[in-house]
Design a binder for this molecule. Sequence first.
Ligand code: MG
Length: 252
Amino acid sequence: MKKTIFLLPLLAFCGLFYCISAQDEMKPEDTEVWEPEPVKIDPGESAASPPSDAIILFNGQDMSAFNIPEGTEWVVGNGMVTISPSEEKRETPVVITTKQEFGDIQLHVEWRSPAEVRGEGQRRGNSGIFLQQRYEIQVLDNYNNRTYSNGQAASVYKQQIPLVNACRPPGEWQTYGIIYTAPRFTEAGELESPAYVTVMHNGVLVQNHTEILGPIKFIGYPEYEPHPLKQPLGLQDHGDAVSYRNIWVREL
Ligand code: MG
């Protein structure tokens, strides 16, 4: 009996140590999910102009609603903003953030991957919408480009697979309609309720009140860390010449 009492905590300790070291030894591929592959559909035509109570983040004129750090270039012209392509950012992406901070929101974003197809998998028209600057809704050219399902366009990156693949061809404008509920944390920093997201891709439901499992994690499994209710929105520069226009948000 005495032996068991001694052994149990030891086993628990070893188990914990094993879990931590297993996470340390993980590779990016370990959290890629390839099956099932979302069925490809045709999203049809659609357009959206901002409602009267929307906060306009980008109306085609200037990027003054965003903080743009050194070393990333967002070029405004012809009613859109386009990321300057960069080999460096293909290796080390950078996220620009809004000056205003948001909690629960409805977000409208229009994006376009470069008409000239270059690269494959995650290296083709990669960008991203960063909810609260840490939860990524993937932007990627997946019109004819297979990658891991939980990393394709409209996935919660490395977490949740979209219901279908509603991508338009590269060079065409696409919309994301996003309804986001921020996570809640107790004063002690414990997770009270996770974040949830609903996404319409080109008007098609692709994430239906989907639970977000934690901040984006390229290697290993996500884990929540407490943060204030309101946080900036972000857009990812992953080195590809992705364009954006007509970005607006409504606080809920
Ligand atoms: Mg991305």
